[in-house]
Design a protein around this ligand. Structure first.
Ligand SMILES: [Zn+2]
Length: 344
């Protein structure tokens, strides 16, 4: 579906009820959806996808925070984590830029506020890590309040506990349970929903979703996919296995695909839709990194213009995505393009 060629619906229902790219105000519904197989249950019917924000860490980099080192490594995002405490005005500015671009979901900047990462900064104890997570929540909340807009939601992040894209380094069960409970409890007071993101391994996503679900808030689970664009997670497990692993967890409102190439998201989106009950929303927010030899490198794709990203996202909407945004290397200008109704 190309909305550039479509008539404007002017916020009325689309004739074919298919989602299109633009912006929506989709309210959360925290009831359990994953286990439902009741086809008579009313499915959410947002005509226009909810626009999420873009990459927070990489926007902070644009504002002067250092991101250095191997893509996915923990030390790389240390400066981004510490910005919550040391330069909160930049974190707030990042969130505000995404709201102004049209995003209606703010992702909290605590992706790297995990015990293993913050150890790199010296001897940070649990209390200081908690303070860093709270500071991230404060920044998102301040930007939301300052915007004065209704319908801006804060997604409190439960990130990987080790390096990103490394399913082989996901901690064992006990550490997963302990640290996800700690992070969920710390970010929950600031969050409208909890977002378990960049999950590369089924048992990692399940552990994060379980901890998030225990808070009683709606839960979104976002899986990161292989750069081979073959519909598998980075662990090699399939998207269907990922979906099944969370089937008994209450409060899961959405499943998404994130922090991987747009092409990987495009391939997996129809499979994600087919694997889930209609009552669970799906979405995507991809990276803008250059891929070389099926590996992401630390450079932004020059040809991933806002218009090009929108075109890709329109394909996701055609596959049923009702939540669309960006991850690393996708910026406010891309989000503005997604949020634009393009109605003349
Ligand atoms: Zn990312």
């Amino acid at each position: 579906m190309c909305i550039h060629d479509s008539p404007c619906y002017n916020n009325e229902e689309s004739p074919n009820k298919k989602p299109r790219v633009g912006n929506a105000n989709v309210e959360g519904d925290s009831s359990s959806k994953m286990g439902s197989t009741d086809s008579t249950e009313k499915a959410p019917s947002p005509v226009v996808p909810l626009v999420l924000d873009g990459g927070v860490g990489h926007m902070l980099r644009r504002l002067g925070i250092k991101i250095e080192g191997k893509v996915g490594s923990q030390e790389r995002f240390l400066g981004v984590a510490m910005a919550n405490l040391q330069q909160p005005e930049l974190v707030k500015k990042t969130h505000s830029a995404y709201i102004q671009a049209g995003a209606r979901v703010l992702t909290t900047n605590n992706y790297s506020c995990v015990p293993r990462c913050l150890k790199e900064s010296g001897s940070m104890g649990r209390e200081q890590i908690q303070a860093c997570i709270h500071a991230a929540g404060d920044c998102a909340k301040a930007a939301k309040e300052e915007s004065g807009l209704q319908g801006v939601q804060i997604a409190g992040v439960l990130p990987p506990l080790g390096p990103s894209y490394r399913p082989d380094l996901v901690p064992e069960k006990e550490e997963l349970e302990q640290d996800y409970a700690f992070i969920a409890e710390a970010i929950e007071p600031y969050a409208d929903v909890l977002l378990c993101e960049t999950m590369s391994l089924v048992r990692e996503g399940r552990a994060a979703a379980l901890a998030a679900s225990k808070t009683g808030k709606p839960v979104w689970v976002a899986w990161t996919l292989s750069d081979e664009a073959d519909g598998t997670l980075r662990s090699g497990e399939t998207i269907e296995e990922a979906v099944r692993s969370c089937a008994d967890i209450p409060n899961i409102e959405a499943m998404l695909l994130n922090c991987c190439s747009p092409q990987s998201v495009t391939v997996a989106m129809p499979r994600l839709r087919a694997a889930l009950p209609d009552s669970v929303q799906i979405g995507g927010y991809a990276n803008g990194f250059v891929i070389e030899n099926a590996k992401m490198v630390d450079a932004y794709q020059k040809d991933l213009t806002p218009a090009a990203y929108r075109k890709i996202a329109e394909g996701w909407a055609d596959s049923g995505a009702t939540m669309i945004g960006g991850c690393c290397g996708v910026f406010p200008e891309h989000i503005a393009e997604l949020a634009s109704p393009k109605c003349e």
